[in-house]
Design a protein around this ligand. Structure first.
Ligand code: FES
Ligand SMILES: [Fe+2]
Length: 364
């Protein structure tokens, strides 16, 4: 019997498209957060799942790429499908040397464009163009690695109001991502909700003796929503602060991105939060906060980190308990009160987008 001989060493490769189903079409134009920049140090690779797509994020670490004076400098991140086109192994388990990512299984080596440049078991064969990893667009902003699984519908710029983000002395703190077993729209809506403060964040963002939510104004902005005149009495609404009325401005930037700014009435530094919701699937989300605190000196970075993490951890079990996990967009679904003006606006905004990912678009 003749041994099986492939026509060439690269024929018969599995196309990566056969292995993964296509990402949800609604997401293809969006910049989606993958991880914090600090999660992938230079010379390392890490695996993440975004919208059902397994992704590898990796960075160069060759001596040429990292100046000796800045050994900790993050080099450009790459975001690829986490799948080797040879036999489907996860590239995130591989190793990075000299600007090349090597697969953990048979050691195929991929350059920064995703092209295989070396097959150790057949070193004399020049890999074909098909021996190429699937690459995605990548940007880093706000200390976050973002990718777009299709063609971006607009630039990545969610914080145009915040010159403070780059202001000297502003303190920028990114939480570690937390898994929330619910849809990203449920997580965003929770971020926009004030009426839960006295019950979920008792003694910090609210108190049962001050549970009433004053009506606010919700206006449409370019590509989003803004809620003004949101004022709430908070016992300790900024780290280290005593009970005071705090004014919020909420903004919905994109279907899965929202921000808030909060300023105490008596002059403490403003706190700006960007909610970064990365959908793992329609009903599981990795969420974290990018915070900018204008006050240079009042509290340690650790105290600010712990404050925001405590809030996020308090929200998680309640959001995970909500049913259905997909956000109902039918106006007749669930019960809306005046205090829900912003979340009603958010649902309408998603409905007008025709946003089906993580929602029950038709009330079904
Ligand atoms: S699976 Fe064989 S080199 Fe990657
Ligand atoms: Fe909350």
């Amino acid at each position: 019997m003749q041994p099986f001989e492939p026509a060439s060493s690269t024929d018969g490769m599995n196309a990566a498209d056969d292995v993964h189903s296509a990402p949800n079409a609604a997401l293809l134009g969006e910049w989606l957060p993958v991880c914090n920049s600090a999660d992938v140090p230079a010379g390392e690779s890490r695996g993440f799942v975004v919208a059902g797509e397994r992704l590898v994020v990796w960075r160069n670490a060759s001596e040429a790429d990292v100046p000796a004076a800045q050994p900790d400098m993050f080099t450009d991140a790459h975001v690829w499908r986490d799948l080797c086109p040879h036999r489907g192994a996860q590239l995130s388990l591989g190793s990075v040397t000299g600007g090349v990512l090597a697969c953990p299984y048979h050691g195929w080596r991929y350059d920064a464009d995703g092209q295989c440049i070396h097959i150790p078991a057949n070193p004399s064969i020049r890999p074909t163009k098909r021996a190429c990893a699937r690459t995605y667009r990548v940007e880093e902003k706000y200390g976050v690695v973002w990718t777009c699984l299709g063609e971006p519908s607009r630039p990545l710029d969610f914080f145009p109001e915040y010159a403070e983000y780059d202001m000297p002395g502003a303190r920028r703190i990114n939480l570690a991502a937390q898994t929330v077993r619910s849809s990203a729209p449920r997580v965003v809506e929770n971020f926009l909700d004030m009426a839960h403060f006295p019950f979920v964040h008792t003694g910090i963002l609210g108190d049962a003796s001050h549970a009433e939510v004053q009506d606010c104004e919700v206006i449409e902005t370019a590509g989003g929503l803004e809620a003004r005149q949101c004022r709430f009495w908070q016992p300790a609404g900024l780290p280290g602060q005593e009970g005071v009325d705090i004014e919020y401005v909420y903004r919905v930037k994109r279907p899965l991105v929202a921000s808030l700014s909060k300023v105490a009435q008596h002059g403490a530094g403003a706190l700006h939060l960007l909610l970064v919701a990365s959908p793992v699937s329609e009903t599981e989300t990795r969420a974290w906060l990018v915070s900018v605190f204008e006050d240079e000196s009042t509290h340690s970075d650790q105290a600010l980190y712990d404050f925001n993490m405590q809030i996020l951890m308090q929200d998680t079990p309640v959001v995970e308990s909500q049913w259905p996990k997909r956000l109902p967009l039918d106006p007749q679904a669930e019960l809306h009160q005046v205090c829900d003006r912003l979340s009603v606006g958010y649902r309408k905004y998603l409905r007008e987008w025709g946003w089906g990912y993580g929602t029950e678009l038709n009330g079904s």
